[in-house]
Design a protein around this ligand. Structure first.
Ligand SMILES: *Cc1c(COP(=O)(O)O)cnc(C)c1O
Length: 404
């Protein structure tokens, strides 16, 4: 089935760059992006030739040592970051810890970390662990998203927020909140897990101090892909890394017995980078080389609007959980439904893959590089049928698996 809105889509050709399984409408690129079609061959080459033949020589001959910086710079372009401010490393959780610790040290007289209760729990967990480990009287203030602005005071050391709420898709005004934080002397630390690759981000323009994000969501780097972190140029030589591994040392191969931080963003590296995983992420980023993030945003808005209006018209038992205003939304639409888990299992059984977030949210991510308006219509057709015929109301769909 074709859809008129797909006629003049400049991104339509990109679908063939991805290996979307037959019979699947994939609305979960916000959790794990689809495999870009050329990645298996590239990985095969890295394994068989770079690893297999070059062995230890690969660190120099294939640029493995500088791969975290190279991939970082490719991601920087997508998130409006300056050259050499981003490094691909570790997981998002670990990067939250590294960045938050470094940020707190820049505000030694302040003790409060401000975050919100819509944040992804791991960010809050890492902050709690760091607070307890430091044992210097830090406090984590967790307020509701609409109370964040009013709670930015001159006691705040770091405002730590995720730009797009993983459950609802609500999006903060990064620029305005960063300005407010700075006016109170606080640092602004943004998690871009649901932003990077989903729409244009302007870290430099917003004057963000720090950021982190995932490699496996909209960047399509594969399950457990390395994450990234950003440090604004003015902070790079001021920060003290909390995890002082040899890869962040000023001269790793001098094998000094004492730690001395490297220059620039390199000091936020810790240990030996996972070259296979980084190579997959590096290759996956190729799909962004010739597309504009503005085109991605335009199509994302169009896909989301179509989905939202069709679902509201045809699936009246679902309650919108996302903001209606597209300007304050990322690239996902969520609905509340009491039997949301069973509904999502029934959808997945029919090839429409989204996900479920407790207690009652069904979540649909829209990735303009491999989705069409026709896909959206087909997904709504299937959901309408499942709800109308109560196909979700079956034991097989109600037994929860480990990963929802
Ligand atoms: C997905 C996500 C994470 C995931 O962290 P990992 O360390 O990769 O498991 C962290 N924070 C936010 C805001 C996320 O959305």
């Amino acid at each position: 089935m074709s859809h008129p809105l797909d006629q003049n889509d400049p991104l339509a050709v990109k679908r063939q760059a991805f290996q979307v399984p037959d019979g699947v409408i994939y609305l979960d690129g916000n959790s794990l992006g689809v495999l870009p079609a050329h990645v298996p061959a590239r990985l095969q080459q890295v394994v068989a030739q770079e690893w297999g033949n070059s062995l230890i020589r690969g660190w120099n001959d294939h640029g493995w040592f500088d791969l975290p910086a190279k991939v970082g710079n490719r991601i920087a372009r997508l998130i409006g970051a300056e050259e050499n401010t981003v490094v691909a490393a570790d997981s998002t959780s670990i990067n939250v810890f590294k960045v938050l610790a470094a940020a707190l040290q820049l505000r030694p007289d302040r003790k409060i970390i401000l975050s919100d209760n819509g944040n992804f729990p791991t960010d809050l967990y890492m902050a709690q662990g760091l607070r307890d480990l430091l044992d210097r009287g830090h406090e984590l203030h967790v307020v509701s998203p609409d109370e964040v602005e009013a709670n930015i005071t001159d006691e705040i050391a770091v405002m730590m927020l995720t730009e797009v709420d993983y459950r609802t898709g609500r999006r903060y005004d990064m620029s305005a909140l960063t300005e407010k934080a700075h006016a109170s002397g606080a640092l602004a630390f943004w998690d871009l897990a649901h932003s990077a690759g989903a729409f244009p981000v302007d870290l430099a323009g917003a004057k963000a101090d720090f950021a982190v994000g995932c490699g496996y969501k909209y960047l399509n780097g594969g399950p457990g892909a390395p994450a990234f972190l950003y440090v604004a140029p003015k902070h790079q030589d001021q920060i003290t890394p909390p995890l002082t591994g040899w890869m962040g040392h000023d001269a790793p191969f001098a094998f000094d017995l004492d730690y001395r931080p490297g220059t620039g963003i390199d000091r936020m590296r810790v240990g030996t980078p996972p070259i296979l995983a980084l190579s997959a992420l590096d290759a996956a980023l190729d799909v962004f080389d010739d597309v504009s993030m503005n085109d991605i945003r335009t199509k994302s808005l169009s896909l989301c609007e179509l989905f939202l209006s069709e679902v509201e018209a045809r699936c009246p038992n679902l309650e919108l959980a996302s903001p209606r205003d597209p300007n304050v939304r990322g690239s996902q639409i969520s609905f509340r439904f009491k039997e949301g888990y069973a509904l999502m299992q029934a959808l997945i059984a029919k090839g429409v893959i989204g996900d479920f977030r407790a207690p009652d949210v069904v979540r649909f991510g829209f990735t303009p590089l491999y989705l069409s308006h026709a896909d959206v219509m087909r997904a709504v057709d299937i959901m309408e049928e499942i709800l109308r015929d109560r196909l979700w109301d079956s034991e097989e769909y109600k037994t929860r698996q480990k990963v929802t």
